[in-house]
Design a protein around this ligand. Structure first.
Ligand code: TYM
Length: 327
């Protein structure tokens, strides 16, 4: 039997090349080797206020992006978190084995909480819901970008604690990071991770940016005061552009040095911009086709939800039974 993969993303903003290089590219790549379930985690998105119309549109848009990226619904399930109520149910059970201190220590919680005067409980519980997403499907591998590693550690801790208290129930999942592209930085500020919630103009190239917009953002990317690429001395902005190119083109470190060492920053940016535009073009063309077939998109999600739910119901039944709850 194939091992299972579960991974997910929030439909909370414009999907960018950081999401693609850090995560979605791997999703399509693991489909043949594992039984995959890919989640659109709208209940995570609402831990920060979302306009309801926007959120439901983005859920469909994100499903279409996944299909455009080559996720094949005949092989993999694409599911929506809020359509499978067992995510919330298992999250509650796990909440009851998770010390608050573990959650208060989470870096993403601290960063997000610092932005708001009033911190919602959902933001604190966020990683428990994420643990539930993964443990529901007994996934052994979770492909993610580098920013999710702490949440994955917490998932293993929660699973381990549950197993000790109630008997071996959950598989402890392994984190799978890409070798290049695990942490793409903002183009406007390469000290900050490229992020969906950071929607200032030149921060991120989104997967649906028209070519002239993508080009402009890359040409304006922050670099440093050196004139040309130096693999030792160039700063984080240049390293980020190089990383983007390397991840898109799948080049080795040596091939990158041969191609870019000594290149003027202006030329580097042009080369990266052309690469990104060329790679996004087929994705965008396919996206338009998929979005135009609303009934087809709905069918994919209905089927994905049904497949996911069958597994999820059984896991929750077992977990409740182990805990002595009424089943
Ligand atoms: P989300 O929606 O923020 O991001 C989706 C995926 O994209 C990766 N990523 C990046 N990779 C490289 N560079 C970046 N700048 C960058 N920004 C984002 C993320 O690591 C992620 O893999 N908490 C998750 C969603 C989630 C989840 C799960 C993931 C909920 N339940 C269960 C895995 C398993 C999140 O907010 O991802």
């Amino acid at each position: 039997m194939k091992k299972r993969v579960f991974t997910a993303a929030q439909p909370s903003g414009n999907v960018h090349i950081g999401n693609y290089l850090g995560a979605f590219r791997q999703w399509a790549a693991v489909q043949d080797d594992y039984e995959c379930i890919f989640g659109i985690v709208d209940m995570h998105a609402i831990t920060v206020y979302q306009d309801p119309k926007d959120l439901s549109y983005r859920t469909r848009e994100f499903a279409a992006i996944l299909l455009a990226l080559g996720i094949d619904p005949a092989k993999s399930a694409i599911m929506v978190q809020s359509a499978v109520p067992e995510h919330a149910e298992l999250a509650w059970l796990l909440t009851c084995v998770t010390p608050i201190g573990w959650l208060q220590r989470m870096t993403q919680f601290k960063t997000k909480a610092a932005r708001y005067e009033e911190v919602l409980d959902g933001l604190l519980q966020y990683p428990v819901l994420m643990a539930a997403d993964i443990l529901l499907y007994n996934a052994s591998i979770v492909p993610v970008g580098d920013d999710q590693t702490q949440h994955l550690e917490l998932t293993r801790d929660v699973a381990d604690r549950f197993n000790r208290l109630y008997g071996e129930t959950f598989v402890l999942p392994a984190t799978k990071l890409p070798t290049v592209g695990a942490r793409i930085m903002g183009l406007d500020d390469p000290t900050k991770k490229m992020s969906k919630s950071e929607d200032v103009g030149g921060h991120a190239v989104t997967l649906l940016d028209p070519p002239e917009v993508a080009r402009k953002k890359i040409m304006r990317a922050q670099t440093d005061s050196h004139p040309e690429v130096d693999f030792q001395l160039s700063g984080p902005g240049v390293k980020n552009l190089l990383q983007i190119y390397q991840a898109f083109e799948g080049l080795s470190d040596d091939a990158m040095k041969a191609e870019f060492a000594g290149m003027r920053y202006g030329d580097l940016k042009k080369r990266v911009a052309e690469c990104v535009v060329a790679r996004l073009q087929p994705i965008q063309a396919r996206f338009k086709e998929v979005m135009a077939d609303e009934a087809g998109l709905h069918r994919v999600l209905d089927e994905g939800n049904a497949r996911a739910r069958t597994i999820a119901m059984e896991t929750v039944r077992v977990a409740k039974e182990r805990m002595g709850l009424f089943v």
